[in-house]
Design a protein around this ligand. Structure first.
Ligand SMILES: Nc1ncnc2c1ncn2[C@@H]1O[C@H](COP(=O)(O)OP(=O)(O)OP(=O)(O)O)[C@@H](O)[C@H]1O
Ligand SMILES: [Mg+2]
Length: 364
């Protein structure tokens, strides 16, 4: 783990970027640092790899004071993605990515293979491999920076707004790839971002800083969203706090509501009776195999023993599955004329309705 104990950082002009920070970053977790511009996020990262030295207190990694480590050796074990990519301007993309493997004297073949692998991982095209940084777009340069930090597979990664310069679509893809990568390799990652949604979706924990590196709250995203420590945190999370909480919860976590349900070969009378039992004006229609077919409005059913006419069966516009987020479910609920969304679990088929009440219960 990485531990800050009573750490202060004063720059030469006497300005205290960090007043006194106590924080423990757990091994194998992704810790997000967030907070307003100038609150000390970059400084905190650079205290870990000794690009800055603390003016008071101790930064330690696995119990060892970083000052006891030789800086270059320390930095080879810590990948660092700088805030503005920080690529070496006189080196090609290939050579930038290969920086640490080269220092570690990997073989040429090993390095070439690793570079190809990483270009693919960060979603860059191989054509850019022999370009220089000034021939790249901002987003491409950032991704080369990420590839360079990952190159020698260091146990610790410090990432300073690594996806800030890429468009929302590519950013979303990089975030998903990054989550998968993290599930596989379990590095200790300290990740700075201004994007609160990115903080919530990537972080195992979020550290919210106020000016002077004061830790306003340090907790898992769900806890920060459910109970902001103070007004500063609440403001930072913004007006869509409840929606963001829903984005962290899965459909699997809520009870579905039962409702009137008949098979498509049932009679109109039995469908009407089923609706009546629940006091509803419509009925869910499923196949013999349990698959969802649609719904029928009671007003469209003629009484008697006639079968439900296929013509009157209406499709649900959208269904959700166990892995979807409750935010997706809410989107489907508000756009459905019925105000509900059916849950369908793959081959097992229809699994009940997700309603406003299910969401309310979960948020309460
Ligand atoms: N080399 C330096 N010399 C003097 N002051 C510095 C230096 N680097 C940073 N600072 C100051 O320390 C404070 C913290 O800076 P830091 O770069 O850590 O902020 P940050 O949280 O990363 O901000 P941003 O979100 O804008 O990147 C700021 O007030 C900044 O002006
Ligand atoms: Mg910064």
């Amino acid at each position: 783990m990485i531990e800050f104990s009573g750490v202060g950082k004063q720059y030469g002009d006497g300005m205290a970027a960090i007043e006194s920070l106590d924080m423990t970053i757990a091994t194998g977790e992704l810790t997000v640092l967030a907070g307003p511009s100038g609150c000390g996020k970059t400084t905190t990262l650079r205290l870990i790899n000794r690009l800055e030295e603390a003016t008071s207190g101790i930064v330690s990694i696995d119990g060892m004071d970083v000052r006891a480590r030789e800086p270059t050796e320390l930095r080879r074990s810590i990948g660092y993605v700088m805030q503005h990519s920080g690529l070496f301007p006189h080196r090609t993309v290939r050579d930038n990515i290969a920086t640490v493997p080269h220092l570690l004297s990997w073989s040429k073949a090993q390095i070439a293979q690793r570079v190809d692998e990483l270009i693919e991982t960060v979603g860059l095209r191989t054509e850019i491999i022999d370009r220089y940084p000034h021939q790249l777009s901002g987003g491409q340069a950032q991704r080369v920076g990420v590839a360079r930090a990952l190159a020698a597979d260091p146990p610790i990664l410090l990432m300073d707004e690594p996806f800030a310069a890429v468009d929302p679509i590519v950013r979303g893809r990089l975030q998903r790839e990054f989550i998968q990568l993290q599930e596989k390799v379990e590095k200790t990652i300290v990740f700075v971002t201004h994007d609160i949604d990115e903080a919530i979706s990537l972080g195992d924990r979020i550290a919210l800083f106020e000016t002077g590196g004061r830790l306003a709250q340090y907790a898992p995203p769900a806890d920060v969203l459910a109970a902001p420590a103070n007004g500063f945190v609440a403001d930072f999370l913004g007006g869509e706090r409840e929606l963001r909480r829903l984005a962290l919860m899965r459909v699997a976590a809520v009870e579905t509501e039962p409702g009137p349900e008949v098979t498509s070969d049932a009679s109109s009378a039995s469908a009407l009776a089923a609706a009546d039992r629940y006091g509803w004006s419509w009925v869910v229609i499923v196949g013999d195999d349990g698959q969802l077919i649609g719904w029928v409005a009671c007003g469209d059913l003629i009484g008697g023993d006639s079968r439900i006419d296929e013509v009157v069966i209406q499709p649900f516009g959208q269904a959700v599955s166990a892995d979807d987020t409750l935010r997706t479910a809410l989107g489907a609920i508000v756009t459905s004329p019925l105000g509900v969304v059916p849950r369908v679990d793959g081959a097992r088929g229809y699994a009940g309705l997700v309603t406003h009440a299910s969401l309310n219960q979960k948020l309460a």
